[in-house]
Design a protein around this ligand. Structure first.
Ligand SMILES: O=C(O)C1=C[C@@H](OP(=O)(O)O)[C@@H](O)[C@H](O)C1
Ligand SMILES: C=C(OP(=O)(O)O)C(=O)O
Length: 446
């Protein structure tokens, strides 16, 4: 289904085993990171449902965002991704028949079906085997109640076919989005184009990932949407045409997690240039979280510099708003000098893999004492030894393994190619940061 772009396709057999490099001493590097996955995804979708052309400066070129671009193109939008630094999106009337490969991208599988409701004709969605297990049912139900016809071939999951009528009635809908904030973001991003606009009311256990919802609201406002989020758990988008615009995509701050963690593990210093002084990205919370674990963050016009102090402390934190940071924080917790409790992360069981189980199993297999709770991880550090580390197609499991590998020789990832989901250049950047001479040095100054 996907095109032949290597950043997109993930044929079986593309796995690449990798032994994580061990740091010979404190790392000292400036690491230039690619654009934010979450901002790139939203900018692409908003551009496709807007009235005029849009541009994305410094977008993320990775599997998730290329699949988003391909899905929008399949529905008729023109998305020019030839220039690494500037993508151009020209909206066109959306239509089927079309097929969209979501890969393993939560953003693609939750953001595109509402757009497909606006298309005329059938659009079929499917993805990697694991994508068929990720929560979709609340979105399918909500879209149906908003007037969209959906053939749910996969029951409440993928695959599914949206039989769009070229317009969506819209109006008010309730949804239980406790399994993923993306269920709400997806509805909101398309909602201004619905005939009656959209009022989304969340009912159920708390919605995770508040910063991501804030990003959705702010980016909608930036293209002229009238949106009211003043009532907790209710979002109201007025109907109206959105304006195309020029987006400057910020560096991916969640993708910064393993690099900043390297400063703590090795007692070194890592700078990420272009760190925004104000942002809705969840990764900005790394400043306080890594500070609680012993790092010293300093934000200046050069970017964010994280300095290690030689000590890594355990962490007791509710990570419900920043769940995607959990794998790297869990890795740090495993090499810390005191126990950790990472709480509020039940929804991670529906991520790229069940991250609670996966982290418990893999950290445990290296020697850490880990207790898996329904919505938490308790990690008591013990001396670790190298060994096989299964990455479960999960880019952030690979990041976690790389962080431990800095301190523990012989951590062997079953696959590092899964990092292409959000950062195809991860292995090269990582090796260059650690000082391996053989690697591609682009993006890293030492
Ligand atoms: O909207 C987004 O861009 C995202 C929202 C979050 O999803 P969940 O709320 O499902 O955790 C986050 O974990 C994911 O990496 C990206
Ligand atoms: C949960 C994540 O991704 P997705 O957008 O596929 O949900 C993530 O990147 O950590």
């Amino acid at each position: 289904m996907a095109d032949s772009n290597p950043a997109v396709t993930r044929p079986s057999g593309s796995e690449r085993p990798w032994t994580a490099p061990t740091a010979a001493g404190p790392v000292a590097a400036t690491v230039r990171l690619p654009g934010s996955k979450s901002m790139t995804a939203r900018a692409l979708v908003l551009a496709a449902v807007s009235a005029g052309s849009s541009t994305l400066r410094a977008p993320l070129r990775a599997r998730d965002t290329m699949l988003m671009a391909a899905g929008l193109q399949a529905m008729g939008a023109t998305v020019s991704t030839g220039d690494d630094d500037l993508w151009v999106v020209r909206p066109r009337p959306m239509h089927g028949p079309a097929k969209a490969d979501v890969g393993l991208a939560g953003t693609v599988m939750r953001f595109l079906p509402p757009v497909a409701g606006l298309a005329e004709g059938p659009v079929t969605f499917d993805g990697d085997p694991r994508a068929r297990q990720r929560p979709m049912a609340p979105l399918i139900d909500a879209l149906r109640r908003l007037g969209v016809e959906i053939e749910a071939t996969g029951g409440g999951n993928l695959p599914l076919t949206v039989r769009g009528a070229g317009r969506v009635t819209g109006g008010e809908v309730t949804i239980d989005a406790s399994s993923s904030s993306q269920l709400i973001s997806g509805l909101l991003l398309a909602g201004a184009a619905f005939d009656r606009g959209l009022v989304v009311r969340h009912v159920g256990p708390p919605v995770p990932s508040a910063p991501h919802l804030e990003m959705t609201v702010q980016m909608l406002r930036a293209v002229g949407a009238g949106i009211d989020d003043s009532t907790p758990d209710v979002w109201a988008v007025q109907p109206g045409r959105l304006a195309g615009r020029a987006w400057d995509i910020e560096p991916d701050l969640s993708g910064a997690a393993p690099f900043l963690a390297a400063a703590l593990v090795t007692g070194g210093a890592v700078t990420v240039p272009g760190w925004p002084s104000s942002t809705t990205q969840a990764g900005d919370r790394l400043r306080e979280l890594l500070s609680a674990m012993g790092g010293q963050p300093g934000l200046s016009t050069r970017g964010l510099t994280m300095r290690g102090t030689g000590a890594v402390h355990g962490l007791d934190a509710d990570l419900s708003e920043v769940g995607e940071l959990t794998p790297v924080l869990a890795a740090l917790a495993a090499v810390a000098d005191s126990p950790s409790r990472l709480r509020g992360i039940g929804h991670l069981r529906g991520h790229e893999t069940d991250r609670i189980s996966a982290l418990a199993r893999e950290l445990g297999s290296l020697g850490a004492d880990v207790t898996e709770r329904p919505d938490a991880l308790e990690i008591r550090p013990r001396p670790l030894t190298g060994g096989r580390f299964e990455t479960y197609d999960d880019h952030r499991m690979a990041h976690a393994a790389a962080v431990i590998g800095l301190a523990v020789p012989g951590v062997e990832l079953t696959d590092v190619a899964c990092t292409a989901k959000t950062m195809p250049e991860f292995p090269a950047l990582w090796s260059a940061m650690v000082g391996e001479k053989t690697g591609d040095q682009r993006g890293v100054e030492r």
